[in-house]
Design a protein around this ligand. Structure first.
Ligand code: PLP
Length: 409
């Protein structure tokens, strides 16, 4: 039986064996000497040698995550997820001022940002949601127009999880800085895949999650530029400079550190390889399926990310996913970030101008470090059969889109 093909790397990535090994050695250390040089099951805040050993591991992981962004280690605050990092950034900023004020975000943010913004609105913060163009990109001029004297924060994601589009965050951050507000980017999808350099771009806050870059689940981080005033949202023993109390997830931090180090070392080569695979997949698919069209920007996108629509079958995304799953392919719907909302129109595609039926379609195919050309070729063989098996939605069968033309070029 052919092995399964995992093309859902934007949802989560398989653990890199090198990361797994670093964490396994750590687990073993509770019972003896290993590569980290001693027992490390201790609590990093303890003063005895077990505690100090654990503290050294946390410091090493922090340094490695910081290096990925060209940040200082003290600017990295570990959290339990990307979601928590986003919440800490938004709530932490707005808990620290006297007046609620105003913030700006985009219409296509992940729920970790969107839902927190809704909560801030309930607390009296005014929120402006910037539109995006047909490729899912925010226009910097829209940001410049939306800034107000009381704008305290601008939050625009670095890369979108549904369509893979990269935002002009350097430009957006520069405009925000000139205005005197803070800029947050949710870089959960972008970290480790495209360069992010806080020494060159005026990013003040940046959220990340290890499981998106072949690291472990349950560990994320928020970059907080030195000097940014933030209030905690979790209270307790004062770990992570008082911003995120709780005993540190030492194994998770070690794994995150190793994942960050590998991503930094291999980023350029891996990005080029993934772009090659992505373009090969797209070209072959468009040849095999003339009704296929690309959603999102043709090249301002994450290296391994494709979001595809199929004219006339936009209402059938869930059936398509299940059919692919039966054929041994794990992909996901462009319409939702989780199975909880499967089949609902995507707020991202709606913002990009898709009607509600087409906004339920979209097949998200996301390639990662362990995908091969052979898997791409097998997928191109499998997909037309899966599409064939769908019942065409008659009322939309005549529909053509900008994307159709793109593929037929
Ligand atoms: N932000 C973006 C853009 C994401 O894609 C995700 C996860 O899919 C998150 C935030 C949440 O990250 P986590 O799964 O670590 O909570």
């Amino acid at each position: 039986m052919a092995t399964r093909i995992y093309f859902d790397n934007s949802a989560t990535t398989p653990l890199d064996p090198r990361v797994a090994e670093s964490m396994r050695l750590l687990e073993d250390e509770g019972f003896g000497e290993a590569s980290f040089g001693g027992s490390s099951f201790g609590k990093p805040s303890s003063l005895h040698s077990e505690g100090r050993q654990a503290r050294a591991l946390v410091d090493e992981g922090r340094g490695r995550v910081a290096a990925l962004l060209a940040a200082a280690p003290a600017e990295i605050i570990f959290t339990a997820s990307g979601t928590e990092a986003d919440n800490l950034a938004l709530l932490g900023v707005f808990r620290s001022g006297k007046e609620p004020g105003h913030m700006i975000t985009s219409c296509i943010e992940h729920p970790a940002i969107m839902e927190t913004c809704r909560f801030l609105e309930e607390c009296g913060v005014e929120v402006t949601y910037l539109p995006v163009d047909g490729d899912g990109i925010v226009d910097p001029e829209d940001l410049a127009r939306a800034l107000r004297p009381n704008t305290r924060l601008v939050s625009v994601m670095a890369a979108n999880n549904v369509v893979g589009t990269l935002q002009p965050i350097a430009e957006l951050a520069r405009i925000t800085k000139e205005h005197g507000a803070l800029f947050l980017t949710d870089a959960v999808q972008a970290t480790g895949k495209v360069p992010l350099d806080v020494s060159r771009v005026p990013l003040y806050l940046l959220s990340m999650s290890a499981h998106k870059l072949h690291g472990p689940k349950g560990i994320g981080a928020l970059y907080v530029r030195s000097g940014v005033r933030l209030q905690p949202v979790i209270f307790g023993g004062g770990q992570e400079r008082g911003l995120r109390s709780a005993t540190e997830n030492v194994a998770g931090i070690v794994g995150f550190g190793m994942a960050a180090q590998i991503a930094k070392a291999e980023m350029a080569e891996e990005a080029a390889r993934l772009v090659g695979l992505r373009e090969h997949l797209l070209a072959n698919l468009c040849e095999a399926l003339p009704q296929a069209y690309l959603i999102g920007h043709p090249f301002k996108r994450l290296p391994g990310h494709l979001c595809l629509g199929f004219s006339g079958q936009e209402g059938e995304a869930i059936k398509l996913l299940l059919s692919l799953d039966e054929s041994g392919v794990a992909a996901s719907s462009g319409s939702a970030c989780s199975a909880h909302h499967a089949g609902e129109p995507s707020h991202v595609l709606v913002a990009m101008g898709f009607d509600p039926i087409r906004a339920r379609g979209g097949l998200r195919v996301t390639l990662g470090r362990f995908n091969t050309q052979n898997e791409v070729d097998r997928f191109v063989q499998i997909l037309p059969g899966a599409i064939e098996s769908l019942r065409a939605v008659a009322s939309y069968a005549g529909f053509t889109s900008k994307g159709d033309q793109r593929c037929q070029k």
